[in-house]
Design a protein around this ligand. Structure first.
Ligand code: FAD
Length: 390
């Protein structure tokens, strides 16, 4: 009997956040509520990059939360990063998107695949909120189909030159460093793709058009025209395609965490509204149909959160697995769309108004299934994994 209860205790511990994780989540929530929530729509209206919020995250050690202490980070894990981004996403999509690359994705690729020189050159500045990284993968003719990538790196003297056109790039207006995925001319195999680091002031790098978006943030075109790339700036070459996909799993996991935060923010607003709005002679929350919508939302959010935590927690010091991060991302993205749509409906016509906290969540939730690999691409990968491939 005693051993059974010990086992039950151990199982419980696996499913609970530890003290450090709980404290981190509480800190991220407190800062996001106090500093980010009320200004959230302001960034969308002006199109300005939220430097102010990036600095606040950095000052509290949240930007480099998953980087080792020797690079100015907090020594945390993917789970710590997911907890922070969920809380930020719950209050301000623009800030969550601005921090996504720094908290986890691009910087983890530099940490895990880069040289010591590269880590020292860039990671402390990222932790301090002084350096924003953009990741350049998508091209006008290559989105979901990464193997069709046309950007090419060619040998030139001791180094290389880079030529290509990337599109829909987040943060390109402010990024000091571009992590650019490219083909390596002359490398064998059917997927000779790797990544290089290109600093902003490199000759031949031009940020071209700005696309205005549903989420309010700008996306940009970036052209590399005979850009010199020193040999020391190659981030990934050997086994580049596999490594690129591994780094993507981190993106999937954190994108999913933001979806959970967005859905939770919408649900919080709906619960508060249901307790104050009177319709048909009684509080909205007293109508059975409304109560079940809120209950169903809670079920979906909790399920998605557990999937994200599982995918993040199992990564350890590596990257999350493709299998679990794809499942978490697909479920969380689709859940957030459904929950935020339910919430707009629950607000009725008022849910259509900008300043009422319902419509923003529906717009914000739309990003999840578009970035970091669409649900189609996730399902293709999952089916390949399951069928192996026939
Ligand atoms: C807010 C936002 C931020 C972004 N930030 C960045 C960034 O910083 N860096 C970057 O590189 N990119 C970024 N992107 C681009 C994003 O990664 C791409 O839009 C995405 O990969 C899809 O590519 P695509 O738009 O070319 O769609 P396509 O590949 O043209 O696909 C069109 C549709 O067809 C579906 N489809 C494609 N192939 C298949 C298939 N084999 N089977 C079934 N369905 C398929 C897709 O799921 C999609 O619904 C961002 C996008 C958004 C919306």
């Amino acid at each position: 009997m005693q051993s059974t209860s010990k086992a039950a205790g151990a199982r419980e511990a696996q499913f609970a956040l530890d003290e450090v994780q709980s404290d981190l989540r509480a800190l991220a929530r407190e800062i996001s509520e106090r500093e980010f929530r009320d200004r959230a729509l302001g960034w969308e209206r002006t199109g300005e990059f939220p430097w102010r919020n990036i600095k606040i995250l950095a000052e509290h050690g949240l930007l480099g939360v998953a980087l080792p202490e020797e690079y100015g980070g907090g020594g945390g894990t993917w789970l710590h990063a997911a907890l922070v981004l969920e809380e930020v996403g719950r209050c301000c999509y623009t800030t969550a998107m601005a921090a996504l690359g720094e908290v986890g994705v691009q910087t983890q690729a530099i940490l895990k695949y880069g040289t010591e020189e590269q880590r020292r050159a860039y990671l402390p500045a990222v932790s301090a909120g002084e350096l924003i990284c953009a990741v350049c993968i998508t091209e006008p003719d290559s989105g979901g189909d990464l193997a069709a990538m046309g950007t090419i790196l060619t040998r030139s003297g001791d180094g290389f030159v880079l030529n290509g056109h990337k599109t829909l790039i987040s943060r390109a207006d402010v990024a000091g460093l571009f992590v650019v995925y490219t083909r390596f001319a002359g490398d064998g195999g059917d997927r000779p793709i790797g990544a290089v680091l290109v600093e902003r002031d490199t000759p031949g790098l031009t940020v071209t058009e700005r696309f205005d978006t549903l989420g309010g943030e700008g996306l940009y075109g970036v052209v590399f025209d005979d850009c010199p790339v020193p040999a020391g700036n190659v981030l990934v070459r050997e086994d580049g395609f596999r490594k690129m996909l591994s780094a993507f799993n981190g993106q999937r996991c954190l994108n999913a965490a933001i979806s959970v935060g967005i859905a939770q923010g919408a649900q919080d607003a709906a619960v508060a509204y249901a307790k104050e709005r009177v319709a048909g002679g009684k509080l909205l929350g007293a109508h059975q149909g409304i109560r079940w919508i809120l209950a169903d939302n809670a079920i979906q959010i909790e399920a998605a959160r557990l999937l994200v935590h599982r995918a993040a927690a199992e990564a350890g010091a590596g990257f999350p697995s493709r299998y679990h991060s794809s499942i978490a991302k697909t479920f969380a993205n689709e859940m957030a769309l459904k929950v935020t749509d339910n919430v707009v409906q629950l607000f009725g016509g008022h849910g259509w108004i900008k300043d009422v906290p319902a419509e923003r969540y529906l717009r914000w939730a739309r990003y999840g299934p578009l970035g970091g690999g669409t649900p189609h691409i996730q399902r293709n990968g999952l089916a390949r994994h399951l069928l192996g491939d026939l």
